[in-house]
Design a protein around this ligand. Structure first.
Ligand code: DGL
Length: 270
């Protein structure tokens, strides 16, 4: 089974990373459209156009199914892509429903890109599930740039989050919905503002679960251990081919990817 996974950039690695934990014997093509990142400040037409090119590329690489590991691209192009191509195309949307289902008496903060927050897909979802009007929306475009530049540097990120989270705390929120795949990298920072009573909910596990339902693949009953001992291990394991806007990743880029996987592993249980 060969699965294509794409995103505007390295955010989609958080979905691939979860797939590593959940699916055995799967081959992946990972495609980060870094020539065009961030999608969050593009027009829906541009995003559709980029997504269409990527899907063509992945089909050409003989993928059996595709995951749009990007909430922004899903909101602008999933419908269009599914009408054009016959292979299974799994999208992502901010996990508002699970957040509402597990909510207590507090509110829910949905963080995403400006495009995802503006698009009708999310509006419709909120209209459907947010009967008590407890969902607040917060655009966080700068986190995408930070993640792309591997800026996990304390001061800059904290400075930004101080502004974004101003006056928000666990007193108000039962959960933060991470509605952009780039946001997982920053989970340790969110904890500085929200204590353990606030959960951070992303759509990664749900997306892999959905893929396995559609393709009727058995999920492992146990979480698989991801053990990237060193870069060579990862290069040799050969179950994933990484592309940056159509170019195969270089050795340096693979080292960058490995660092990001390690970060994802370290924040996974937060
Ligand atoms: N990672 C993407 C998402 O899930 C989009 C980030 C961007 O390119 O703005 O929405």
């Amino acid at each position: 089974m060969k699965i294509g996974i794409f995103d505007s950039g390295i955010g989609g690695l958080s979905v691939l990373h979860e797939a590593y934990h959940m699916l055995k014997d799967t081959e992946y093509i990972f495609y980060a459209d870094t020539d065009h990142v961030p999608y969050g400040s593009r027009t829906p037409e541009e995003i559709r156009h980029f997504s269409d090119d990527i899907v063509k590329f992945l089909i050409n690489e003989s993928c059996d199914a595709i995951i749009i590991a990007c909430n922004t691209a899903t909101s602008c192009s999933a419908k269009f892509l599914r009408s054009k191509y016959s292979l299974p195309i799994i999208g992502m949307e901010p996990a508002v429903k699970p957040a509402i289902e597990t909510n207590d008496s507090r509110r829910i903060l949905v963080m995403a890109t400006p495009v995802t927050l503006r698009e009708t897909k999310l509006k419709k979802l909120i209209d459907r599930v947010d009967e008590d009007h407890i969902v607040d929306l917060l655009p966080m475009p700068q986190l995408v740039n930070f993640a792309e530049n591997e800026t996990f540097d304390e001061d800059k990120v904290t400075e930004y989050l101080d502004k974004q989270f101003f006056n928000r705390s666990s007193k108000d929120y039962s959960s933060l919905v991470l509605g952009c795949t780039h946001f997982n990298y920053f989970k340790p920072y969110y904890r500085k503002y929200f204590d353990e009573t606030t959960s951070f909910i992303d759509g990664n596990r749900g997306t892999i679960k959905h893929l396995s339902d559609v393709l009727k693949i058995d999920l492992n009953d146990k979480d698989l251990v991801v053990d990237f001992k060193d870069v060579d291990d990862m290069l040799l394991s050969g179950n994933t081919t990484y592309y940056f806007s159509g170019r195969k990743a270089s050795k340096e880029e693979l080292e960058h990817i490995l660092r990001l996987h390690k970060r994802l592993e370290s924040v996974r249980k937060i």
